[in-house]
Design a protein around this ligand. Structure first.
Ligand SMILES: Cc1cc2nc3c(=O)[nH]c(=O)nc-3n(C[C@H](O)[C@H](O)[C@H](O)COP(=O)(O)O)c2cc1C
Length: 411
């Protein structure tokens, strides 16, 4: 998500169980002239523009990170993807943003009515990216099921590994209820194509339990959570943090300070945090809000963050990922420093732990495990890199059967 999907939020989402995280949409051109700089202490990788970092990431999120592009030009999209591909695991094309800043340039939801252009961007990305980088698209529902299915089929034939469907149509406002009931038929349609493409539901998911319900009723492979994760990045956990002010806010601020996240962004994100079960009193909440609103920098938050350091906080994220994957993840492995060495919030949460299955790419693999499909790839899909088993629920390349359909996603 723009603004809310910055690095600290993504890392907290991963800590609390998200399977994948989407970066905020970046317009293709915006990243092209950025300078890639690695902080040797924290490992943070920044793509710096003239006056600010356009995009930041950290190597520990790479196996789970999808970089989202806003584009209306295949060539620019490819250039943008090439710029960041060493630091990410997938490239997603945003075809759902209805805001004028996106649509006036033919990007976002404008692509929904220009399927030739939409598909040419995806085709170009698929051809340009190495197989280990997934290419995916995020769309909205079209007015009718038939139109939606037609578009979905065209998108699938470009070789994408997965498609996220925001269950609202372009004119629908966020406060209108998502049309989750329309997805089931589309999932059946996609499955009927026999190409093992994951369909990710998006719209109105409130957290872990709700994601289970949505997966059940829509048959989607996974669920992307946006607004609920913006309010509480721990909603991917079956036991989300309820003490937002005393636990989540300090944790976020420590991490954000350590990662040198821009204060204005951190302030914005923290102000969005809330929980329906928060135990803090009204007076305590008011006091914290005042402190944050008036804060001019992290040092003004010292009374909130406590003794713990941001470095410890990052180690906690690494530990949580390690617990889920069973593989060591080092928050401080030697960091790549040159271009030859190898970057919702949108995210996916998973219940894989219940199955005792690994939930993500082992740390010694640079990208999500090459998945597989039960079905042969059609000619138009030769370049296709299927979505990781964590999303698709199947992995034919490894002999271990993975339980089908057990994922959710944050945006
Ligand atoms: C502040 C904000 C920023 C967003 N930024 C993005 C974005 O960068 N890319 C994108 O695909 N969707 C973006 N969205 C849309 C969400 O990803 C999602 O499609 C929408 O909010 C519906 O999901 P939800 O009901 O879980 O919130 C954004 C939404 C909000 C409220």
């Amino acid at each position: 998500m723009v603004r809310s999907g910055a690095l600290p939020t993504r890392l907290l989402a991963l800590k609390y169980g998200a399977s994948l995280v989407w970066g905020p949409e970046m317009v293709d051109k915006a990243i092209l002239h950025a300078e890639r700089v690695v902080d040797p202490i924290t490992g943070v990788i920044s793509y710096n523009g003239k006056s600010r970092a356009m995009f930041t990431t950290h190597p520990i999120e790479k196996p789970y990170l999808i970089y989202q592009i806003g584009s209306a030009d295949p060539e620019l999209a490819v250039q943008a993807a090439r710029k960041v591909m060493q630091d990410v695991s997938g490239i997603d094309l945003n075809c759902g943003c209805p805001k004028p800043f996106s649509t006036h340039a033919g990007m976002g939801a404008a692509l929904l009515t220009n399927p030739d252009l939409l598909c040419s961007i995806l085709t170009a990305l698929r051809q340009a990216m190495p197989p280990e980088i997934t290419v995916t698209a995020k769309i909205r529902l079209l007015p009718t099921q038939e139109e939606t299915k037609k578009l979905v089929e065209r998108i699938i034939n470009t070789g994408v590994s997965a498609i996220t469907i925001h269950c609202r149509t372009r004119p629908m406002r966020p406060r209108e209820k998502a049309l989750q009931e329309r997805l089931n038929e589309i999932v059946d349609f996609v499955n009927g194509l026999g190409k093992d493409i994951a369909v990710v539901e998006n719209g109105d998911c409130t957290g872990y339990d709700d994601a289970l319900r949505i997966r059940r009723v829509t048959k989607a492979s996974s669920v992307m959570i946006a607004t609920a994760a913006e309010s509480n990045p721990s909603v991917f956990s079956p036991n989300p943090v309820t003490n937002v002010d005393k636990e989540l806010v300090p944790s976020y601020l420590r991490l954000a300070k350590y990662l040198d996240n821009h204060w204005a962004n951190s302030k914005f994100c923290v102000i969005q945090f809330k929980s329906s079960e928060d135990t803090a009193s009204k007076a305590e909440k008011h006091e914290l809000k005042e402190l944050i609103s008036k804060g001019k920098g992290y040092n003004d938050m010292n009374s909130v963050v406590g003794e713990w350091t941001g470095e410890q906080e990052l180690q906690e994220v690494a530990k949580a990922i390690q617990t889920r994957t069973g593989e060591a993840v080092f928050a401080h492995e030697p960091m790549p420093t040159s271009a030859e060495e190898v970057s919702a919030v949108q995210s996916v949460s998973s219940e894989n732990e219940e199955y005792g299955m690994p939930t993500s790419t082992p740390s010694n693999r640079p990208n999500p495990e090459p998945p597989s499909s039960g079905a042969p790839l059609g000619p138009s899909n030769e370049a296709r890199m299927p979505i990781p088993a964590i999303i698709s629920g199947s992995d034919a390349l490894t002999p271990t059967p993975t339980p089908a359909a057990f994922n959710f996603t944050p945006a």
